[in-house]
Design a protein around this ligand. Sequence first.
Ligand code: GLC
Length: 723
Amino acid sequence: MTPSPTIEARIDDLLAQMTLDEKIGQMWQISGKIDGAEETIRRGGVGSFLNVEGDVAHELQRIAVEESRLGIPLIYGRDVIHGFRTIFPIPLGQAASFNPDIAREGARVAAREAAAAGLHWTFTPMVDIARDPRWGRIAEGGGEDPYLTGRIGAAMVEGFQGDDLSHPERIAACVKHFVGYGATEGGRDYNTTYIPETLLRDIYLPPFKACIDAGVATLMSAFNDLNGVPASGNARTLREILRDEWGFDGMVVSDWNSVLEMIPHGFAADAKDAAALGVLAGVDMEMVGDGYVKHIAALLDEGLLSLEMIDDAVRNILRLKMRLGLFERPYNDLDPSAMLLAPDHLSAAQRAAEESCVLLKNEGTLPLSPTISKVAVVGPLADAPQDQLGCWVFDGHAEDSHTPLAALRAALGAERVIYAPGLPHARSYDEGSPAGGIAAAIDATNQADVVIAFVGEDALLSGEAHCRAFLDIPGAQQRLLDALKATGKPVIAVVMAGRSLALGPVLSAVNALLFAWHPGTMGGPAIADLLLGKASPSGRLPVTFPRAVGQVPLYYNQKPGARPAPADAPIVPTGTPLDPSGFVTCYLDVDHRPQFPFGFGLTYSSFEYSNLRLSTQELAMGESITAIVTLTNTGERTATEVVQLYVRDLVGSLTRPVRELKGFQRVELAAGEQTEVRFTLHTDDLAFHNAALQLVTEPGDFHLWIAPDAGSGLRAEFTVVKK
Ligand code: GLC
């Protein structure tokens, strides 16, 4: 965002007319039409609402514009996280597409629908790097890698905001939660985080910077305390890094009551103390909590805050409202009925769902032959219209969902589909219901050529505060799968979930496994097209899949450690009980490697990587290097490969990760087709933060891979030399 002189002049002019109470009022966001809302608005006592829309929103805005002293319009926020009425795959699923265009289009569609409902601002993209799938909010972000998360987050900002924030079909985005929330200890939400600043700057901050470079209009502070200082009272991150280093001139909103939650954090003694800490740290607007409106005036009188700080906060708020054009166009004049669930919105959602699904196993079972005579469709998630939408769905309606069952019936003809849910819902242990339970599912399978089992997590198990200590598929679903396997018929699992799971037992029971995340409104047709071969799966994992929850945290860009385990490290040492062979980094009771590495995914074809070559073996500081690989579709059908570029800095002044993702390209090739895939890296792309927190590229040897995932690929070497 480049400051507009006219806007800045208008802000100065308006600020000069505002009373202190009116300034403080702008710094408050209220959720819902609370008692007395009208009078509060009339006296200029509130600047924003979340969770109001339609006629209520119009009336409250009318009061603000026509009945308050200065007529400053309200700004309306909402969690439009992965769609408004047309629900797209959860953000983690969108990241699995490794396609920023998917994320951008999903955000553009969401903005059109949300704006038509009278909203101005969404609290997304969430770009919290998550290395712990026990945390329910891993569903809401881009996964474990900062580069992928940054690309997806920036694309969402572009989709929501476009290049003119005042456009009637665009809304302000909000990058969140600043910062480090995904490192919450134990994967337990709202918990403490310890992140050394070198790690913060190399892993957790870069996706935020990518979104700010994309022009995000607002940012939300987080719930967690970071190294002992709550993120919503953290001047180091909110002022020194965000404002002073990065020059962010957008608006900072707290998370829900996160200013007053500095009291339970034990960082603020009371609400007045918390309000002071929030303002001092640079939180412009307090979401829901009323610390600002109750205590800022007294804090000013006592000299604990300065009027300049308040003016700065109000400037940021007024700038946002002016950039949105709210003063010129405070009322919504779009017709939602023309926008909601528009055909092009639904087809965009279906494409997103199709590209987000990841094929994890296929013993030649998929794609199904179109001439197949009978298919058994079982499982509690085959016809679960609310659950397939996933977490954070305020305005999506279950009745809009196209479920997998409906889609398969439409594609194959109802007479070719035998349906038996097997269990009442995903967490149920009631094997006898509904309609005969698991026994009926076995019976349906015995009548069919193949069984497709839709299992996984229901939506409740995903999202905020929904953390799990185990990563299995819950309830009696594994018993269902084992019973299906016992029939001897080919078993295909379609797993819906909001996180990576420990899929070992599931994999043992099935011949094929398609991981669909929570795929949204059009999940059914997308999955059906993939199962029937109308499209080939192209998704890749944005998070590592562990074998056991005990391996967590487990992520690809880990440090090598002193004794990295060799690939063939024994699962159970072959040495004597007191002196096991293998004094290396591993476990006695599980293979130390992931079940599936970051970036992994199969297609209905096969691809060969060959002839990796570099433009140079030696690179002077400030120069670029190009890596080229030959990619061949060696299979029998057109498919899309996600070609990934990784590097490793072999020796650093700080230990360096064993791999770092630096690029990816989706490449579609017809059967037998061959192409050259090239990546170019500048020495700046190899930089990291050293112990002095300087962003540096150090001379030395590097490995480079062009690969299908973080655990394989062709490797080359090069050296960076001082100029
Ligand atoms: C919630 C979430 C945040 C959301 C906000 C408003 O607690 O942490 O992501 O945008 O409150 O609903």
